[in-house]
Design a protein around this ligand. Structure first.
Ligand SMILES: Cc1cc2nc3c(=O)[nH]c(=O)nc-3n(C[C@H](O)[C@H](O)[C@H](O)COP(=O)(O)OP(=O)(O)OC[C@H]3O[C@@H](n4cnc5c(N)ncnc54)[C@H](O)[C@@H]3O)c2cc1C
Length: 317
């Protein structure tokens, strides 16, 4: 049976949905070991075991959180060598992609990012060229390092029963003194909304909101959705850059993406067209976004969004 590693960047007592997706996909491919990029308490180990991990690799002496990603790269590389893994699944986050790329250089192997499917032969499905093509790709040398987009794996409807924590193996990392260190951090004020990259629902606004995101935010809150934006809206300073969806922003693949006042330029589509369902609201019937929308509403977003939010709240009541 193949050995598959899953990189878990920040183990927590309740694994994130994308961590559970990585573990579920890995379990369909072989024997799963999780490589822990941070400290894990016994509850986190049990939760990851229940989610599919058959064992864990951690760094002897722990990972210095101020040392950026170098120790995680060392740990992952050591774990691949120790386990003779045929594949490593990582999150498609900025950290996941950087760790995959640096580990691949050390292992003299290949990386495939933006995966949405991986089959038993490690043939990976992904979309390229701003989402214009779906391609199959396969690493041809060394263990395959694959970063998986969130919401790509159907999780079982019911949680598996809790399991005793699988064994933990500590690996010596040797000399991994970092070339750069974090010297200070400042938390961002939480919006209370789900994280954009992982959200099941996203409501996004563009230049059409004309500086006022309140209707977009209100519908997002009615749905329990994250708020996204086009680059025109973030560049105008109407909302933080972290909300930008697209080629140079966050790539999202939620169950539902509601696009309001966004024309649907190719760079915007690149970040959202793998959403399962797309609803577009635009007052221009010829807006390109309607080409990829499952449901198009030709109308003024200042009228449509509040009606949608009110109806959702009415049905929830
Ligand atoms: C290298 C590069 C990278 C880029 N990366 C990104 C990226 O990551 N993400 C991104 O989004 N863009 C990106 N862009 C910019 C992209 O090309 C577009 O300029 C941008 O997406 C346009 O944003 P928009 O649709 O909000 O604005 P517009 O194109 O101006 O469209 C506004 C839309 O709102 C509609 N509208 C206006 N008022 C209303 C109303 N009251 N109700 C309903 N509809 C209304 C209009 O009909 C129009 O369709 C990039 C560009 C380049 C060159």
């Amino acid at each position: 049976m193949s050995n598959i590693l899953v990189y878990i960047h920040a183990p927590a007592p309740v694994p994130t949905k994308s961590q559970r997706e990585l573990l579920a996909l890995a379990a369909s491919l072989g024997e799963v070991h999780a490589v822990l990029g941070g400290p894990a308490d016994p509850i986190a180990l049990e939760a990851l075991t229940s989610a599919g991990a058959n064992g864990f690799y951690t760094a002897a002496g722990g990972i210095d959180p101020a040392a950026l990603l170098s120790p995680a790269v060392c740990l992952l590389t050591a774990a691949v060598r120790e386990s003779a893994a045929t594949a490593v699944l990582l999150p498609n986050s900025i950290e996941g992609r950087e760790i995959a790329a640096r580990a691949a250089v050390r292992l003299d192997s290949g990386v495939i990012t933006d995966a949405i499917e991986v089959d038993a032969e490690l043939l990976v499905t992904k979309s390229v060229l701003a989402g214009s093509y779906t391609v199959k790709a396969q690493v041809t040398r060394g263990p395959a390092l694959i970063t998986l987009k969130p919401n790509s794996v159907q999780l079982p409807a019911h949680e598996t029963a809790s399991a005793a924590a699988a064994p933990v193996r500590e690996l010596e990392l040797g000399d991994n003194a970092p070339a750069a260190r974090i010297t200070g951090t400042r938390p961002r004020t939480s919006s209370g909304r789900p994280a954009l990259a992982e959200a099941r629902f996203v409501v996004a606004g563009g230049r059409g909101v004309d500086g006022d995101f309140s209707a977009v935010e209100d519908l997002a809150d009615a749905l329990g959705a994250a708020v996204g934006a086009s680059r025109a809206a973030t560049d105008a300073g109407w909302i933080d850059h972290s909300a930008q969806v697209g080629q140079t922003g966050t790539t999202v693949s939620p169950q539902l993406y509601i696009s309001a006042g966004i024309s649907g330029a190719i760079q915007q589509k690149a970040g959202m067209q793998s959403a399962k369902t797309i609803i577009a609201i635009n007052k221009d019937p010829d807006a390109p976004v309607f080409e990829i929308a499952d449901l198009g509403i030709v109308g003024d977003l200042t009228q449509v969004l509040p009606q949608a939010a009110a109806e959702i709240r009415r049905r929830k009541a």
